[in-house]
Design a binder for this molecule. Structure first.
Ligand code: ACO
Length: 330
């Protein structure tokens, strides 16, 4: 037992949305086809939350599973962080709703992180900093997104890509040398224009006009995002490994943000980690933004793919452009 504090993942959980939208369903909605979507993205179907389910209720369900897995009660939480760009509403934070829904302590600071698909890694890094400095002991980090409610289902460039869902981890202070070894966060603000929800904020306040023009829906220059994603995700993975003196072959599992199979295949080749080591679920979930890492991590953990002392690498990139990596000794 060392005096050095590490942040260990004590439990994982997820919310799998109940509705399913297949590529064949989309063929009836926009000018697209199953072959194009599968070959260009790797997606076969995506999950859609049913009416009455919100970003916070998905997050709470995922967090309850993570608390159960950790053998903890909501009262153990000192902080709740939600990575989301699709909150229940602009004010208050989705995390505040989660606090109430799960019955955590009213003294538990609860706030959202806006880093798009990198929101979960940003949240993990913040929780890690609070835990390692001894300010808190235990935190919930959640990625929760309901992108289908910010989608123009007449825009084939975006509507075939995204799905709904939430994933959560409970992290806690540990002294046996395992846990988060490092996190690295990056933002390139010169690329704000290539991935946006332009309307509904202070720049373009919601009006009949912004709604008619679907300015509250996600807009993306897919080709540009693709190019930077391959480069920045690979660099973030390499930074995580070199910082810790690790080699690609040391990594047992990669929990990567899943936007496109071709991005992940290219990253896998660049960083020399076989794609078989990636926890993949893009085919059936679509791009769930900040939720994709904690959902795929939870599935890998429950499938018995992660063992004590395994090295787990996380990488994500999204709007901002914001990206990052985390390396964890499980
Ligand atoms: N069905 C059929 N054809 C389509 C579709 C569709 N759904 N969408 C586009 N096309 C057409 C285009 O119009 C174009 O036709 P043209 O050649 O006649 O002009 C052709 O297919 C090729 O279009 P590209 O945009 O070049 O296709 P690309 O191979 O780049 O794939 C995609 C597009 C899937 C969006 C890809 O660029 C991508 O995955 N980008 C990254 C997305 C991403 O990483 N997002 C992460 C962040 S998300 C977040 O932060 C919330």
């Amino acid at each position: 037992m060392s005096s050095v504090i590490h942040t260990r993942i004590a439990g994982t959980g997820k919310y799998r949305a109940d509705g399913v939208l297949t590529n064949h369903d989309l063929e009836k909605m926009v000018d697209t086809n199953d072959t194009w979507i599968r070959e260009r993205t790797g997606i076969r179907e995506r999950r859609i939350a049913l009416p009455g389910v919100y970003t916070s209720t998905m997050a709470s369900a995922a967090l309850k599973e993570a608390l159960d897995a950790a053998g903890m009660q909501p009262g153990a939480l000192d902080m709740i962080i939600c990575g989301t760009v699709t909150p229940d509403m602009p004010l208050p934070a989705t995390a505040a709703f989660v606090q109430r829904q799960i019955g955590a302590s009213g003294n538990c600071p609860s706030f959202d992180i806006s880093a798009a698909c990198a929101g979960f890694i940003y949240g993990l890094s913040i929780a890690d900093a609070f835990i390692r400095t001894g300010k808190i002991r235990t935190a919930a980090v959640i990625g929760t997104e309901m992108l289908t409610r910010f989608m123009d289902f007449e825009d084939r460039n975006t509507c075939v890509l995204f799905g709904d869902g939430a994933g959560a981890v409970v992290v806690t202070a540990d002294h046996d040398g395992r846990g988060i070894l490092s996190t690295h966060l990056f933002t390139d603000g010169s690329l704000t224009d290539i991935l946006q929800i332009p309307g509904g904020g202070s720049k373009e306040p919601a009006s009949a006009e912004t709604v008619a023009q679907k300015r509250h829906c996600i807009q993306m220059e897919g080709r540009e995002v693709f190019k930077v994603a391959v480069r920045y995700l690979s660099e973030a993975a390499e930074t995580a490994l070199s910082t810790n003196g690790k080699k690609p072959e040391d990594v047992q599992l990669v929990a990567a943000h899943q936007a496109n199979m071709r991005i992940l295949s290219a990253v896998s080749k660049r960083v020399s980690i076989p794609i078989e080591r990636f926890a993949l679920n893009l085919e059936s979930y679509g791009n769930t933004s900040s939720a994709s890492i904690p959902i795929s991590l939870d599935e890998a953990v429950r499938a018995g793919r992660v063992n004590d002392n395994d090295l787990v690498l996380m990488i994500a990139l999204g709007g901002g452009i914001s990206w990052g990596s985390a390396l964890i000794r499980w």
